[in-house]
Design a protein. Sequence first.
Lengths: 142, 142, 107, 107
Amino acid sequence: MDKQENYVKLEFYAKDQNVAIARLATAAFAGEIGFSLSDIEEIKVAVSEGVSNAIIHGYGGDESRLVEVTLTVEKNLFKLEIKDDGVGIADIKKAMEPTYSSVAERMGLGFVFMESFMDTLNVHSSLNCGTVLLMTRRCPHL
Amino acid sequence: MDKQENYVKLEFYAKDQNVAIARLATAAFAGEIGFSLSDIEEIKVAVSEGVSNAIIHGYGGDESRLVEVTLTVEKNLFKLEIKDDGVGIADIKKAMEPTYSSVAERMGLGFVFMESFMDTLNVHSSLNCGTVLLMTRRCPHL
Amino acid sequence: MKIEKTEKRITVVTDGDFDLKVCPELKALLAVDLKHDRSIHVCFDLRKTSFIDSSGLGLILWVYKETAPYGGKVSVVNVTASAEKLFDVAGLSRLLNIRRKGRERLG
Amino acid sequence: MKIEKTEKRITVVTDGDFDLKVCPELKALLAVDLKHDRSIHVCFDLRKTSFIDSSGLGLILWVYKETAPYGGKVSVVNVTASAEKLFDVAGLSRLLNIRRKGRERLG
Ligand SMILES: Nc1ncnc2c1ncn2[C@@H]1O[C@H](COP(=O)(O)OP(=O)(O)O)[C@@H](O)[C@H]1O
Ligand SMILES: Nc1ncnc2c1ncn2[C@@H]1O[C@H](COP(=O)(O)OP(=O)(O)O)[C@@H](O)[C@H]1O
């Protein structure tokens, strides 16, 4: 196997304290790939937004449900996948609009940050079946 | 769900750089429970020894194989499970003897450290089916 | 986390992660104070904050919305370059008084 | 990781994790040096080491075994309280010269 190729999957309860655990593991994974500290700060924001969304929106606070974060690196591409089996998104296009939020007190900037800080973002979702976010970012040339 | 109750599972390639990722995630998980910094240092050693063993002994360097680390806390008990589907251990009692190692250059102290730093250690293993380590440690009274 | 209050100002020093986990508690604490006086100056000092995301920004914006109509003020000081980028992308740099190195210190 | 050599001593300053990941490379580097002179003093300076486990200890013990019969010496300095416990449990405190705060510094 290629020295850089790697795979780490996390599965955890939809609890707010686990956002930090997902973030730390993702930061360590990205650090191993050779991303710079400022790249890593951005990647931390992306994973944090995605996992927070799964917890708040996907599961609406039901902490017994599971969130999955899959980290892979292959052929110089870092992939970050975040999955929940929650309520899903009815209108993905609307959900991704800047400042749109279904929760009054939130800013509606989660997707904006994910798009700003990763190279690509794909959202797959269907009502009552959950949501999968797939983000990628090119690895630094070492 | 009880505020403290939690569950995080990691699954990753048997690569040496993933020992640090498992360690970081475990340290963060233990920190959330309220373990002190010196407790966390000990827990980091335990997870590090178990995961290193899965990589070196269980899979003998085949990096494409998967190691699983499961962290749970329930009713004031922290549980750390480390699983591989590798070669397994023929004689568990002998393997656990201090300074016994099947690899010349290793110290044979992995099990000693796991036993010293956790409250309990159980080893389940069968030849060619892999090894499961189950360790527990009482949570601090908060 | 540390909250210091004087008659004219509340200074919030968040430490570690300023994310989903800490927001509900901090919001509840601040809500009590803002009930008394919405024309106050709230200063978020991020010197000890290692991470902030849209949950943290959302809380800061909430304080802004609660206070601005009453003549209150919100400032954010000791912001790292990475965090500054978030405020910029969020368009909050125009609304709030954001400073890399804050002269406004706790204590 | 930083290795400094004088005629009588090799000082190894490991940084971050002194675990399974760094051991093979460090061992290969040291093997070259020890081939030249096994009566040397090897000093491991752990001031920048945030973590060590039995893989790291095993490397240190390997250096001891390679040098001791030839009059070499191994010392470990700037050891944290947590790391010291490992050396104690491993029974290495008797074999090696282990110090919490090292007078032996790099440079
Ligand atoms: N995992 C998810 N499950 C269900 N709905 C989601 C999920 N993620 C995002 N959404 C929807 O998309 C909207 C916009 O998300 P986002 O841009 O992150 O803003 P915010 O989290 O501040 O609401 C959310 O308000 C929610 O309605
Ligand atoms: N996951 C595992 N799979 C197979 N064998 C193992 C595993 N873990 C430990 N062993 C066996 O037990 C022995 C003792 O393990 P340990 O005390 O950790 O010492 P060391 O790793 O230094 O050899 C190992 O040398 C190996 O033979």
